[in-house]
Design a protein around this ligand. Structure first.
Ligand code: GLA
Length: 378
């Protein structure tokens, strides 16, 4: 379903396109950032995830052209020009990479002009790069008349991120941007991308989901992410399974670190399944403890939290949140806290106060709702 906020951003993208390129675009497409409600680092273990789309979008105004020309309202005013989609660097790599991956997948795309306007917070762990990729992918698919199944599109955008941009991520972010639906969290099995849209209506229960962007820099995020992946692959090898998804619930490893990585993945998959069951039973409040247990597991077993994230989670829980956890890849970025709406101001104040007392950056806090997934706006 279209989103009025996406439409406003799209109008700006269209205007920027006209100013930069002196002509009208053929269309404008929007793709959102995401919060992952639960199911962290399970995606590349072929396990379960449960994201919802945030009402922040990357919008792409685009038209076919003679050469590639990319502009972004956050790109310092420049136009990045390239004869081919290969070898483009910087922020434009997310767009060119998608063109490359589409060609690789047999969906031929020629050059285009693309103007980007996005309000997905950058560096906050809310998938601003996947939003860029997915907006570009929808734009290029429509411009060239390719009807691409959304799950297939997510795989193509992930390939752009893995092989062109060079970040070894899983399929969570791209599938969230392309497949989530308004008012729902999406339960997804990352093995085959089968999924179920689960109603997620906080307001019906007088609840609010706060997103707490810690504003802390991602520290060593790339290297640490890759090393967690490597740990999981090693653990799977030792257990004789292809992916940790296939490890039996009672599996144990002698190596303490690998055993803790394994335990996180096994228990996190269970928590996602349980969260889906509770939400389908009609209760959002009931998932609070699972969110908090997920955070503890990421903090102690997977070791991907940070002092800023722990401060936010502890302060929110101390102020009476029903549950709280870091979300996304970790090592900085954002946390979420499920709170009674009446208690939201008190929780925000507690989180800000805790950050101040520990001399941490001042977090940016907002209330999330489950927004519409990627779509053509005009
Ligand atoms: C990042 C990656 C995703 C996923 C999460 C952790 O967002 O891009 O693929 O692994 O971290 O759940």
């Amino acid at each position: 379903m279209p989103d009025t906020h996406a439409a406003e951003l799209a109008a700006t993208a269209e205007e920027v396109f006209r100013t930069q390129f002196g002509a009208a675009p053929e269309g404008v497409w929007a793709a959102p950032g995401r919060v992952n409600l639960i199911g962290e680092h399970t995606d590349y273990n072929e396990g379960f995830v449960m994201p919802f789309a945030l009402p922040f979008y990357a919008t792409a105004a685009a038209a076919k052209a003679e050469t590639w020309e990319f502009h972004s309202t956050h790109g310092g005013g420049e136009i990045v020009r390239s004869e081919s989609a290969d070898g483009v660097g910087g922020w434009a790599a997310y767009l060119a990479g998608v063109a490359w991956a589409m060609n690789e997948a047999g969906y031929e795309v020629g050059p285009a002009r693309i103007a980007i306007h996005s309000d997905v917070p950058h560096g906050a762990g809310l998938s601003s790069s996947a939003a860029l990729e997915c907006a570009a992918l929808l734009a290029l698919a429509d411009l060239h008349g390719h009807a691409i199944d959304r799950a297939e599109a997510a795989r193509i955008a992930r390939r752009a991120e893995n092989e062109y941009v060079g970040a070894p991520t899983g399929i969570l972010d791209q599938s969230a941007s392309l497949l989530c639906e308004e008012g729902h969290a999406m339960f997804m099995d990352c093995r085959d991308l089968s999924r179920e849209q689960v109603p997620f209506r906080l307001e019906d229960e007088g609840l609010t989901m706060l997103v707490i962007d810690t504003q802390a820099p991602h520290r060593h995020a790339d290297g640490e992410y890759a090393s967690r992946r490597a740990d999981c692959e090693e653990a799977a090898r030792l257990l004789g399974v292809a992916y940790l998804r296939d490890a039996p619930a009672d599996a144990r490893l002698d190596d303490d670190r690998l055993n803790r990585r394994l335990r996180h993945i096994l228990t996190e998959n269970e928590r996602v399944l349980e969260t889906a069951r509770i939400l389908k039973g009609g209760s959002v409040a009931g998932i609070g403890e699972l969110l908090t247990a997920s955070h503890v597991s990421m903090r102690d077993d997977y070791e991907i939290s940070s002092v800023e994230l722990d401060s936010a989670v502890d302060a929110a829980l101390g102020a009476g949140a029903l549950g709280a956890r870091m979300t996304g890849g970790g090592f900085g970025g954002s946390a979420i806290a499920l709170v009674e709406t009446a208690a939201a101001p008190k929780t925000e104040a507690a989180v800000l106060e805790a950050a101040k007392a520990a001399a941490l950056p001042r977090p940016r806090i907002f209330a999330a709702r489950a927004a519409a997934g990627a779509h053509r706006v005009r």
